[in-house]
Design a protein around this ligand. Structure first.
Ligand code: FEO
Length: 162
């Protein structure tokens, strides 16, 4: 059985992962409007990954006999002025998520909850990749000078994400 403190913190994280999915879907729509189809596809896949992150915690809560409590999902913003601005926000957001995961790990240790600690190790590794991928794309955008006409090659490259 899972403690109420850990249960509540994990439910909060389910909400934040679903918010991440919302945020990336909003970014995907923004790229679609700018005709950057590769960027839009990359973001759409990222949104799906965030849904999978939420479901991983959701399923874990159920497996531990916990209660899933779905909360309202905050609305993300809908407009960004450039691809660089989008990826600056992705980097900042993922750093924030890493902080949340670290706090959850701290809590699992404090509560002596070894199973939750173990489950969270997947997220600790995942966050290293999430931050790495976002900052690599931001660096590539910055190399183009963040000019729409110069983003064609990168857009073509990002379209290859499966
Ligand atoms: Fe679920 Fe992008 O971290």
């Amino acid at each position: 059985m899972i403690s109420k403190t850990v249960e509540s913190a994990l439910n909060r994280q389910v909400n934040r992962e679903l918010y991440s999915a919302y945020l990336y879907l909003a970014m995907s729509a923004c790229f679609e409007s700018a005709n950057l189809k590769g960027f839009a596809k990359w973001m759409r896949i990222q949104a799906k990954e965030e849904q999978a992150h939420a479901m991983k915690i959701y399923d874990y809560l159920l497996a531990r006999g916990g209660k899933v409590s779905l909360e309202e999902i905050e609305a993300p913003k809908v407009k960004w002025t450039s691809a660089g601005k989008v990826f600056e926000e992705v980097c900042a957001h993922e750093q924030k998520v890493t902080g949340m995961i670290n706090n959850l790990v701290d809590l699992s240790m404090k509560e002596n909850d070894h199973a939750t600690f173990e489950m969270l190790q997947w997220f600790v590794k995942e966050q290293v990749e999430e931050e790495e991928h976002a900052s690599a794309i931001l660096a590539q955008i910055q190399m183009t000078g963040d000019v729409p006409g110069h983003l064609f090659y990168l857009d073509h490259h990002l379209a290859k994400r499966e």
